[in-house]
Design a protein around this ligand. Structure first.
Ligand code: DX5
Ligand code: ZN
Length: 218
């Protein structure tokens, strides 16, 4: 079953607790947490302290996506904050093997993300080390952007590589996913579909989640 991971970045901070609870009650299993440092991406979001404060309020799988330079400095903090998945960008890490191994050692599932124009070939050796590969389908930094169509072919190629190498990492697609394109994103091979504005941007987040989740599994 394909899963939708609503991106907390698009939550209304005054309603965030109620929105997260409504999602959980609607059966949502993943919460996507976007961490931005104002350097790797031209925006700043929130850090491990927010994640730590959110942790006691939700049993969802916390899927943290670090869009930061030098993510190595933050790995321990996110482990302590209660992140379940921790994804770093291949463009921001110098020693990917070491970083992914450290994430695993800290008890989290290691993920690796690629910007839209970054080649899958950069991951060839690292794929067996990752539990999750995140394909960006917008240039990271902001919610509410339009899905970049060529990301679909990239997801298809990644799914082919996974099949031919006999690997089982999750394929996550992040950026511009809506109820209108979720079926094609899922058909291309995504297991986990991040949806920010398509869920948290709607007045009824539970209904919006259900619509994307249904489209992804149609
Ligand atoms: C973009 C973030 C995404 C974003 C998704 O930089 O990584 O997770 O919040 O939001 P939407 O679904 O609105 O593109
Ligand atoms: Zn993200």
């Amino acid at each position: 079953m394909k899963q939708v991971a609503p991106a907390f970045l698009s939550a209304d901070i005054w309603q965030a607790a109620a929105q997260v609870q409504a999602l959980e009650e609607a059966g949502c299993r993943y919460l996507h947490l976007d961490i931005m440092d104002g350097h790797f991406v031209p925006n700043i979001s929130y850090g491990p302290d927010w994640v730590k404060q959110l942790r006691p309020h939700s049993k969802m799988i916390f899927d943290a996506h670090l869009m930061v330079e030098e993510p190595d400095f933050l790995l321990d903090s996110f482990a302590k904050a209660g992140a379940d998945h921790l994804t770093v960008h291949v463009e921001a890490v110098r020693h990917l093997d070491r970083t992914l191994a450290r994430i695993r050692e800290l008890g989290m599932k290691p993920g690796v993300a690629l910007n839209p124009a970054t080649s899958l070939s950069l991951l060839e050796e690292a794929l067996p080390l990752a539990d999750l590969v995140l394909v960006m389908s917008v240039n990271p930094g902001f919610g509410g952007q339009k899905f970049i169509p060529y990301a679909l072919q990239k997801v298809e190629r990644l799914a082919d590589i996974r099949r031919s190498c006999g690997l089982d990492f999750l394929i996550e697609v992040d950026g511009g996913v809506t109820a209108d394109n979720a079926a094609s994103v899922a058909a291309a091979g995504a297991d986990l579909l991040v949806a920010g504005s398509a869920v948290f941007g709607k007045p009824d987040v539970a209904a919006a989640y259900a619509a994307v989740q249904q489209a992804a599994n149609s």
